[in-house]
Design a protein around this ligand. Structure first.
Ligand code: PRP
Ligand code: ZN
Length: 285
């Protein structure tokens, strides 16, 4: 039987949640140190643990059938004309970050023309400069980009920002967001029709769709039914159950959005009691 290969980042901002997503999709395996490939014990699937920058190319060449990579890495490689057979299947909503321009706090630039920008993303940056008719120089550098303005290599940088801590500790200020990024599930146009690949894509969709959903249950007075149901965030046709006390009902609902404390306080004020909120693990529609 053909085994499917899934490429994920070995170490870095994507790895932990990529592995946890695959496990939630029913692919069991045990991680051992320093292995490039791990065989799943539950499905004909092998996990390739690689550098994130290698993932688009591995999938494009068909060495891996699918993979999880940051949209930033994907767009960078696509912008240089490589990786033309890749397909973005599912935006995964984790490892969110952005690619931004940042400059030393001590300087202010009214115009980027003629300036030098250091980045590991020359493709995306080049496209942005072109589209905005800016004539700036790009210095491609991998690693320690945030130091370049202070050693005379560049005037400003174009780098990934997540918490902003790296910029802050280097006295840099974000001046413009170029692209937003998050993890994405990728296949290639030769393998995405494979039965197992299709099955895994639909499992990834189910797990991803379930993440922000909650199942809520509570008891209330029958007379407050409509008002309480209207307070629930994006509830899909709630179930109303009558209780032994005929004035009382129980309401159960699947909510498409997270339920915040404000909503719970409002429900309580309208007489809801025994409120239970459960996370949704999988959502198969
Ligand atoms: C990026 C970027 C910054 C840091 C920003 O590096 O180059 O150093 O993350 O994150 P922060 O805003 O939370 O401080 P990363 O380690 O992701 O590099 P990579 O592209 O090699 O994965
Ligand atoms: Zn990387």
């Amino acid at each position: 039987m053909k085994r499917i290969k899934i490429a994920v980042q070995k170490k870095g901002r994507l790895s932990e949640q990529s592995i946890s997503l695959l496990k939630k999709c029913g692919i069991s395996f045990s991680q051992t140190n320093n292995k490039l490939i791990i065989r799943s014990t539950s499905m004909p699937v092998d996990i390739l643990l690689v550098r994130d920058d290698d993932i688009p190319n591995l999938i494009n060449q068909g060495i891996a059938d699918m993979g999880i990579v940051g949209n930033n890495v994907l767009e960078e490689q696509e912008s240089s004309g490589k990786c033309d057979s890749l397909i973005k299947e599912v935006m995964l909503g984790f490892s969110k970050c952005r690619l931004s321009l940042a400059a030393p706090k001590t300087k202010s630039f009214s115009d980027l023309n003629g300036l030098t920008i250091a980045t590991s993303y020359p493709g995306i940056l080049g496209k942005y400069l072109n589209e905005n008719n800016i004539k700036a120089n790009i210095v491609e550098i991998h690693g320690s980009v945030e130091l370049t303005p202070f050693i005379g290599i560049a005037d400003l940088i174009c780098d990934l920002v997540s918490t902003g801590a790296t910029l802050e500790s280097n006295n840099l200020e974000e001046i413009n967001i170029i692209i937003q990024s998050e993890a994405v599930l990728v296949t290639n146009s030769n393998t995405n029709n494979d039965e197992l690949v299709k099955k895994l894509i639909s499992r990834v969709v189910s797990v991803t769709d379930a993440r922000n959903r909650k199942y809520i249950m509570f008891n209330a007075d029958n007379q407050n039914k409509e008002e309480l149901i209207n307070m629930l965030p994006a509830a899909e046709s709630p179930t109303v159950i009558s209780l032994a006390d005929t004035n009382k009902i129980a309401i159960h609902a699947l909510c498409k959005e997270n339920i915040f404390w404000e909503t719970i306080d409002n429900l309580k004020e309208k007489g809801a009691s025994s409120i239970v909120i459960l996370p949704v693990e999988k959502l198969v529609s």
